[in-house]
Design a protein around this ligand. Sequence first.
Ligand code: NAP
Ligand code: ZN
Length: 366
Amino acid sequence: MQIYMPTNVYSERNCVKNHSKELASLGEKAMLVTGKHSSRINGSLEDVEHALQEEGCAYVIFDAIEENPSIETVMKARELGVREGVDFVVGIGGGSPMDAAKAIALMIANPKEDAGILYEKRDLSALPVAEVPTTAGTGSEVTPYAILTIHERRTKQSISYRIYPELALIDSKYLKTEHLSTLIDTTVDALAHLLESYLNTNANSYNRMYAEKGLSLFGGIKDELLECKRLGKEPQETLADAVFDDLMQIAATAGMAITHTGTSLPHGLSYALTYEMGVPHGKAVGIFLPGFLEHYQAKEEVQEALARMGFENVERFTAYLDELLGKVEISEELWQKDVDVIMGNQAKLRNYPFKMDKETLYRFRR
Ligand code: NAP
Ligand code: ZN
C-alpha cells in the first residue's frame, strides 16, 4: 500500500491571516485567481490581499474565472501572469477558480508552449499553487486534478498533469454567503467523491480512512442539510458554525480520498449533463449515485458505506437524495450518447472494479 498527500493543509478560523508567512514564502509575486463576484462578498479575496500586503508580497488579480473554467480563460490569465512576471498562483473560490489556478500555474511556467500541452503527457512542471476554498465540495484544495471545459469536444476533462497545491488554507467562514442550492450541490459533490473513492478499484485501507471519516461526518450533518432544504432558508440562517466546519472537513477528506483513487462512473456520466444542460457539477454527479450503489456488485461494501452515513439501505439513501436534489430530466438522445462515451472511457471504467456492460450503465438514469 502507498499513500502520498503532499499538500500542507491548515483548517482553522482565520487561517489565511494566521499563515500569511507561509503563503508569501511561495514566491515574490502572486497571481490571485478568482471568480467574478463571490470572493469579494465572502471576504476571502480581501483576506488574501491583506495577508500578502502584511508580508510585503506583490500580487495581481485575475477575477474572470467562470463556472466550469475553459481553456480559453486559462490562456487569458496566462497572458497576464507572464506579462506581470508572477511566480506563484493562489486560487480563491470554488472548484472552478481552484482548478483554473493549477492549469494557469502550468501555463505560466511554460510560457512558450500553447494550450495543447494541457492534454499531453510531458515532463513539465508548474509554478507553486496555494488554494483557499470557498465552497465545500470539490476538494480541489488538496487534489492534484484540474478539470477544464473543452469547447471543441463539448465536454470537460482533467488536464494530464498532477499539480498538488503546496498550501491549502481552509476557513469555513467563507461558506456563510453560499446560497442553499450551491451548498447542497457542492456537498453532494463531496459525497460522490467519498462514495466513488470508497467503492473503487484503487481503494485500499489507507485511502479508505479518508472516505470512512468523510462518510461518518456526512452522516452527522445530513439531517440538518435536508431540514435546511425543507425550510427553504439560506444556510447561514439555519446552520450552526460547527456544521459549516464539518462541511469543509467532509470536502477536504473527500478530496484526499479521490487523490488516491480517482473518481468513477457517476463523475464520468456527469460531464455531458453539465456541458449540454448546464446542470451544476454536484447535482449532475449526485443523480447517478443511487444507480451506482444499486448496481455495485460488492453489496457488503455498499452496506458498510450506507451504515457510516446512517442509511439502512439504498432505497432510503435514494429517497434522501431525491428530496435534496430534485429530479433532472435527461433526454433519450443525450443519455444514449453519454452511455456510449463512458463505455469507451477506459480511465473511468478501470476505476470500477467489476465488468460494466452498456445495459447496466443505461439503468443508472432514473
Ligand atoms: P464553482 O463553479 O467554483 O462555483 C459555483 C458558484 O458558486 C459560482 O457562481 C461562484 O461564484 C459561487 N460561489 C463560490 N463560493 C461562494 C461562496 N462562498 N458564497 C457564495 N457563492 C459562492 O463551484 P464548485 O462546485 O466549487 O466547483 C465546480 C468545478 O470544480 C467544476 O468545474 C468541477 O468539474 C470541478 N471539480 C474539481 C475537482 C478536483 O478534484 N479538482 C473535483 C470535483 C469537481 P463566483 O463565480 O462569483 O466565484
Ligand atoms: Zn466532483
